[in-house]
Design a binder for this molecule. Structure first.
Ligand code: 5GP
Length: 191
């Protein structure tokens, strides 16, 4: 496992993580988005095996006991999200590098465990108001879920400085250019 590079983005949901991640992956095709397993219900348009591996709680817990996860968290009350070893191996074996989208706690734990072979980037939304606006605009959450996500976001922002790099997403294009350079520099660094 060690000696294999990976890049992970974390930050509150609505910070622009997936938009920026997709940009990096399209620009640097030696990355592939690691598909997480989750017990959350699929949203409209989400597909099993593409956005997530949507599995039941029992199956998730069986996999936890079997040691199938590199990391997992209950990101929101009662909902599991986790990165499967098998998914990372699939990507490395294809000659590419995994690109992970993690919650802040999962990323912080993995950074401790994984060390210098991982590049852990915190995507900062700029301000909590910007974040609320983005989440509302996205329209995927009801008010209760939105509230839950905002509460979690204010707590997550306090962890920003624990990561290898904090990317401020107040200007999307600028942020994308900046992070592509940072990721390239990390990939070019000898192990
Ligand atoms: P969403 O429900 O919006 O798809 O994702 C909710 C949160 O779970 C996001 O912050 C995302 O980064 C995080 N997440 C997704 N997959 C994983 C994973 O495999 N592990 C951890 N720790 N967090 C994840």
């Amino acid at each position: 496992m060690m000696g294999k590079k990976l890049v992970a983005f974390c930050g509150p949901s609505g910070a622009g993580k997936s938009t920026i991640a997709n940009k990096v992956i399209n620009t640097l095709p030696y990355f592939e988005l690691s598909i997480s397993a989750t017990t959350r219900e699929p949203r409209q348009g989400e597909e099993h095996g593409k956005h997530y591996y949507f599995i039941g709680r029992d199956e998730f817990e069986t996999k936890i006991s079997a040691g199938a996860f590199l990391e997992y968290e209950q990101v929101y009350e009662g909902l599991y999200y986790g990165t499967l070893y098998a998914e990372l191996d699939r990507i490395w074996q294809s000659g590419r590098y995994p690109f992970l989208d993690l919650d802040v706690k999962g990323a912080a734990n993995l950074k401790d465990k994984y060390g210098d072979d991982g590049f852990f980037v915190f995507i900062h939304p700029g301000s909590i108001d910007t974040l609320a606006q983005r989440l509302r605009k996205r329209g995927t959450e009801d008010e209760r879920s939105l509230e839950k996500r905002m509460r979690r976001a204010s707590f997550e922002l306090e962890y920003a400085d624990q990561f290898d790099f904090v990317l401020y997403n107040d200007n999307l294009e600028k942020a994308e250019t900046e992070i592509i350079e940072q990721v390239k520099a990390f990939m070019n660094k000898p192990q």
